[in-house]
Design a protein around this ligand. Structure first.
Ligand code: SAH
Length: 565
């Protein structure tokens, strides 16, 4: 199982040097620093507890540079829940101690040893089995799967109590461990792909050396695969991956079967039969089972799915939200973490980062949307995981529509086969409205005042009708150097239907450093108060304003209209 890159969490500048040292061990890792306490962290957080718990729940390994007690108390409420248990370690601020706390099965001791070696100290390993045998029997490396965890735990405790063990079958990693081997032992570790009930005192370890080539057309695919494996007496735990012809990239049946069986799904150039597909993909000597619909190849050594065929490419069009990391939805964070390629306007790509050394950034000018969309499909069609970034929501005057337009225009089956998903974000109008109160609390109309892609006459007509309909208005792209007069004209049209005291909210760089929010009125609003980084919200006839205790003002549009019900 591939680990997410660890998060290194620090509370003050005093830990930064040690954090940077640890970061060298894990090139993809990011340093999360407490706002206003840490200068120069990769990510800024405000609440230690919420941040740590979110990382934990997302299965991100955590390296916290603070007292162990703080981390224990913070994560304690989550420990009773079943779910993710990523490695969690604490490291002394000065790098003098490395203490693995949680995630024994997730490899926390491996991380602790790596970090300790780099800091030139000894890791505080307390796991008896690991100390004694130099490996965690319960946490086999990739290429192997443990049959039964509870049985495994009993095994390790029996071994610690002095029992010996017999190893059947080959697994180089077990051979390297210092297990107390004895041919006469009562306990047996059996390494093999055969499907059978374990004997008494037998721990099964399955090599992942089986490839299943299938077609998505097979009815009840997961059930049929299980049946075929059963017939060939092969354990489902030994399946390394499913393989299908690349003509079936978009097959929902294949996708569901891989999910259901919990194995990766790979694709290879079409072949005359699934048997031929399996034969070509398995480069080592192998035995074959199955039939014309499901072909099972059993190799001598574990198979690495990453070297077999290619995955279905993925293209996600994501919204970053207005800017602040807290306002980015978790699905978007996860998508950025899995991306091979990130495309977008340079400012937004930078906002989405920092990225790992293995992730490729493709920055382009803001106007090259169609070209960027096509480039994204070209990359995804090769099997890469591609992200196109927009600020706010990608469906609001941003990349999602451009990407769909590019796909609609294309007849390339490889583009249509890409796993395309649009992930939403908090749009600037909503982020601005939230800061002001609820100016969009009733019906409202969202418009871009840019006439780059639509005639100005349409904009005037829509403004006139929306203002007449008494909708609250949200203006994106209100003004720019190349569009200097349009906002003034737009305000004239609105003023024909609204009174001068109508509340107006101006949000600039909301959720970004130096953000400002102003509440004014339609009568006082002039275009020079607005620039291209501003969101303009204009109230309806019912929008009201009242003072806040802190000196500012709340703006809201009531949910009802006409007489209060
Ligand atoms: N997809 C984006 C909008 C892109 S159009 C979204 O959903 O938010 C660009 C316009 O959005 C800018 O001209 C500005 O009017 C507005 N905008 C974007 N980010 C903003 C922010 N952080 N604060 C205020 N306005 C913003």
């Amino acid at each position: 199982m591939a680990l997410n890159a660890p998060a290194i969490v620090i509370l003050g500048n005093g830990s930064l040097a040690t954090a940077r040292k640890i970061q060298q061990v894990y090139p993809g890792s990011l340093i999360h620093g407490l706002a206003e306490r840490v200068d120069g962290a990769d990510r800024v957080y405000r609440e230690f507890g919420a941040t740590l718990r979110e990382l934990y729940q997302q299965d991100t390994p955590i390296i916290a540079l603070c007292a162990a007690g703080i981390v224990i108390r913070t994560l304690a409420p989550l420990l009773l829940e079943k779910g993710a248990e990523p490695p969690v370690l604490v490291v002394a601020e000065d790098g003098s101690a490395v203490v693995p706390l949680l995630g024994g099965l997730g490899g926390v001791n491996v991380l602790a040893r790596e970090i300790a070696a780099h800091l030139d100290v000894v890791a505080a390993i307390t796991t008896s089995g690991e100390l004694r045998f130099g490996t965690c029997l319960l946490n086999p490396p990739s290429g192997y799967a443990l049959g039964d965890l509870e049985l495994g735990k009993r095994f390790v405790s029996d071994l610690l109590a002095g029992e010996t063990v017999r190893i059947e079958g080959a697994a180089p990693w077990l051979a390297q461990a210092q297990l107390p081997e004895d041919p006469q032992a009562r306990l047996t570790v059996h390494v093999g792909h055969a499907e059978r009930e374990p004997a008494a005192n037998e721990l099964m370890i399955y090599p992942r050396n089986v490839l299943v080539a299938v077609s998505g057309d097979v009815a009840n695919l997961p059930g049929s695969i299980r049946a075929a494996l059963h017939q060939a007496k092969i354990a489902v735990q030994s399946v390394a991956c499913l393989l299908a012809a690349d003509t079936e990239l978009a097959s929902p049946g294949l996708r569901e079967a891989a999910l259901e069986l919990g194995v990766p799904l790979r694709f290879a150039a079409g072949a005359e039969s699934v048997r031929a597909l399996a034969r070509r993909a398995t480069e080592q000597p192998a035995a074959f089972y199955g039939d014309d619909e499901i072909s099972i190849a059993v190799a001598e050594q574990p198979l690495d799915p990453l070297t077999i065929g290619r995955p279905r490419g993925r293209l996600a069009v994501i919204g970053l939200g207005p800017g602040a990391a807290e306002l980015m939805v978790p699905a978007v964070k996860a998508e950025l973490a899995r991306a091979n390629d990130v495309l977008g306007y340079e400012t937004y790509v930078r906002m989405a980062g920092p990225f790992r050394a293995d992730q490729v950034m493709h920055c382009t000018d803001n106007r090259e949307e169609m070209q960027r969309a096509r480039h994204a499909f070209e990359l995804a069609a090769q099997g890469r995981s591609v992200v196109v970034v927009s600020s706010g929501d990608p469906g609001v005057f941003a990349m999602a529509a451009a990407v769909l337009e590019a796909l609609h225009e294309s007849t390339d089956a490889n583009w249509h086969n890409v796993d395309l998903e649009i992930l939403p974000g908090v749009s600037a109008s909503l982020a601005t409205a939230a800061q002001a109160g609820a100016p969009l609390g009733h019906d409202f109309c969202v418009m871009s005042l840019s006439d780059n892609l639509k005639p100005w006459s349409i904009i005037e007509k829509r403004l006139d009708l929306a203002a007449e309909a008494d909708l609250a208005l949200a203006f994106y792209n209100p003004i720019s150097r190349s569009r200097p007069w349009q906002l003034g004209r737009a305000l004239e049209i609105v003023a024909q239907h609204r009174l001068p005291h109508t509340p107006v909210v101006l949000g600039r760089d909301i959720g970004r450093p130096g953000q400002t929010m102003r509440v004014t009125t339609l009568g006082q609003l002039t275009p020079d108060q607005v620039d291209m980084r501003t969101m303009v919200l204009i109230g309806s006839s019912t929008t009201c304003v009242f003072p806040r205790a802190d000196g500012g003002e709340w703006v809201y549009t009531p949910r009802w209209y006409g007489n209060k019900p």
